[in-house]
Design a protein around this ligand. Sequence first.
Ligand code: PGA
Length: 288
Amino acid sequence: MRKVLEGAIILPAYGTLGRWILNYFIREDTMSTRTPIIAGNWKMNKTVAEAVSFVQEIREALQGIRGVDKVLCPPFVALVPVRELLAGTDIGLGAQNMYYEEKGAYTGEISPLMLEGLCQYVILGHSERRAYFGETDEGVNRKIKAALAHGLTPIVCVGESLEQHEAGETEAWVSGQVRAALAGLTPEQVRGIIIAYEPIWAIGTGKAATPEGANAVIAGPVRGTIAELYGDEVAQAVRVQYGGSVKPQNIGPFMEQPEIDGALVGGASLKPDFVDIVRIAAEVKGKG
Ligand code: PGA
């Protein structure tokens, strides 16, 4: 109850969240049903040999941590060897991107058919892909549908730029991204996806969002938009991560927030720090 009251005080400070605040009040009953999930997005880092030795280094410690889903997302070329190293563990594997077509003349692309059975997750619509490789909301939506059709769990990234943040456009922008990402999905499909709220200004900058600020965006434009489209029950089922300069020193306060179900970790996932992040997340959420 203490957290509910805090939320009531904090949320209005982040704008006119309207009925979203209401959703915030009903989450106490349902939050415990969402298993936290921490995913490591290695981005374009580590050779295959480095990937193998790093996974060998952290595998045992990671495996022992209960109550949190753990996912490693190495570059494509390391998926097969890492998959072998993770066989028989409870550590999940994810790709960092994927094209939506199954096969054909798309030089350089990787298809959902290729990932099916190889990994369980796929990061889609990361802001770096949107910024450097021209990914659009429509393309991300097609990729989400293709991933789901092939039994892959999409980790869908949304988040505003610094300019949008400073101009007070976060709510409208993030809500629009969520709406576009989910277009045409069934409630059952939506339940199964993971959303990563990653303010672009917090990625790789060392300047993480405040836990309360991230929680408010996740409560409002992320979960609130899902509630608007699919109802509260579906919205409460979707797992939403925070991403942007997450490290062992700040994961605790993020995980204390009721709307934050985990983290998408970039830089710190390349080091044994990742194990500490997962351990702290498990401790904080375990306290309930
Ligand atoms: P960062 O990256 O943890 O290095 O800020 C997060 C991400 O881009 O997913």
